[in-house]
Design a protein around this ligand. Structure first.
Ligand code: ATP
Ligand code: MG
Length: 425
């Protein structure tokens, strides 16, 4: 009998996990700078929340949800995305009654039943932000610039930002009709998915990656010509805000995003170092969702970003992350008495803030020194019966090979002083 992790999932092992920690730490730092606070919600919710919040005609709800009945027959879904969940928490805890704006971020696993491939898995991790309570165009620009600052902080370079406005409940229905009128006579040229979307969600046809559909969509009317008296000027104002802070972007009037809840601004940040799954940050406004989930009529804007994809892009761009896997000191102990003393020394060193390990395999001197190398130890503290009787240790610098004998009680301060001097160099 042998077990494997379920299809579309991955183990993140030591060696790899440090990259995650590094990237996540940068995300947290940037969120702090922009004054976004972390929120953690359950990994599963009532299925209805996503049906309602994300939308029945989206890929996510139509075919990607991990939904099931629990033992009491409740309809439960592993969260496929976070916006609906954060909106639920925002409303449930009455943040909609508080002074606005509310600025939140999250990092955590999402679940979608998709065909696994590079940049696409069934459990994946999203970092994202949500900014509630303002329709100010500077808020749109802030969210986009936060994403770009995260990208910059972690060292991603080859990025493209595309923006669009997808209108509101006022102007989108008008655009919808125009699209239906345009696509209906060309229905035969569309793929089966798109043909079936024609009446339900014609905007999604613009999002189809198939060659045939793209060719037909090329000459479809532009949403930008249909925006209403609110959405047109709002889009213009967002562009001015982006220009004002020097963000490069292109307007892509075919970008509609896969989620139905978006209104007005939609944006994607793509990495030129990735192939087919190139979107690393994707977001937009959702001005109706808080109300639809039962809260006050408050707007929102946010984005989500796949951390797996970010790491893939970092790898493609050969970004070297400053990751230190080594330890400060390995204690080499020989003999029964020395071995007991080793634990005492290790504890004292750890209390003093040094990363320390010791032998548990009863290895001989040579084997313990090898272990020290394997663990990338900076120093080895060697403790034999003689050192034990003298109350000393031999401290060996494993990069220079230099060795000296010092008081065992001085070990912690010795290592700390040496390392501090090195830091200053
Ligand atoms: P796509 O067009 O790639 O399917 P989407 O519209 O489904 O994207 P969103 O729901 O907006 O994507 O998710 C935001 C980000 O989350 C994506 O840009 C991507 O980085 C990441 N993401 C989405 N689905 C997956 C997945 N199955 N595996 C890994 N990352 C994913
Ligand atoms: Mg998708």
């Amino acid at each position: 009998m042998s077990f494997k992790a379920p299809r579309g999932t991955a183990d993140i092992l030591p060696g790899e996990v440090e990259k995650w920690q590094y990237v996540e730490a940068k995300m947290r730092e940037v969120c702090r700078l922009f004054n976004y606070r972390e929120v953690r919600t359950p990994m599963f919710e009532y299925t209805e929340l996503f049906q309602r919040g994300v939308g029945e005609t989206t890929d996510i709800v139509e075919k990607e949800m991990y939904a099931f009945q629990d033992r009491s027959g409740r309809e439960i879904a592993l969260r496929p995305e976070m916006t609906a969940a954060t909106v639920r928490a925002f409303v449930e805890h009455k943040y909609d009654k508080q002074p606005q704006p509310t600025k939140w971020y999250y990092i955590g696993p999402m679940f979608r039943y998709e065909r696994p491939q590079a940049g696409r898995s069934r459990q994946f991790t999203q970092f994202g932000v949500e900014l509630f309570g303002t329709n100010h165009p500077a808020a749109d620009a802030e969210v986009i610039s936060l994403a770009l600052q995260v990208a910059q902080a972690i060292g991603l370079k080859r990025l493209r930002t595309e923006i669009n406005s997808i209108g509101c409940s006022e102007c989108r229905p008008v655009y919808r009709e125009k699209l239906i009128a345009y696509f209906t006579p060309r229905k035969d040229e569309l793929c089966a998915d798109c043909a079936s979307r024609l009446e339900r969600n014609p905007l999604r046809i613009l999002d189809c990656k198939r060659e045939g559909c793209r060719a037909v969509a090329k000459d479809a009317p532009s949403i930008l010509d249909t925006l209403c008296g609110d959405c047109g000027p709002h889009f213009q104002a967002v562009r001015e805000q982006l220009d004002a802070i020097g963000i490069d972007y292109v307007v892509n009037d075919r970008m509609v995003r896969g989620l139905d809840y978006y209104t007005q601004t939609a944006f994607e940040i793509m990495s030129d170092s990735l192939g087919a799954q190139s979107t690393v940050f994707a977001g937009g406004r959702y001005n109706d969702m808080v109300r639809e989930i039962g809260g006050d009529d408050l707007p929102g804007i946010g984005f989500a970003s796949g951390i797996e994809r970010i790491l893939l892009a970092l790898e493609k761009e050969q970004v070297v992350m400053p990751i230190d896997e080594g330890i400060d000191c390995y204690i080499v102990a020989l003999g029964e008495g020395a071995e007991k003393k080793a634990s005492e020394l290790a504890l004292a060193l750890r209390r003093a803030g040094c990363t320390v390990d010791r032998d548990y395999m009863n290895r001989k001197m040579k084997g313990q020194m090898k272990a020290a190398d394997r663990l990338k130890a900076r120093y080895a503290a060697v403790l034999g019966e003689e050192e034990l009787s003298r109350g000393t240790v031999q401290i060996k610098d494993l990069t220079t090979g230099e060795q000296e004998e010092i008081e065992a009680s001085q070990l912690a301060s010795y290592i700390r002083t040496q390392m501090k001097q090195e830091d200053q160099k």
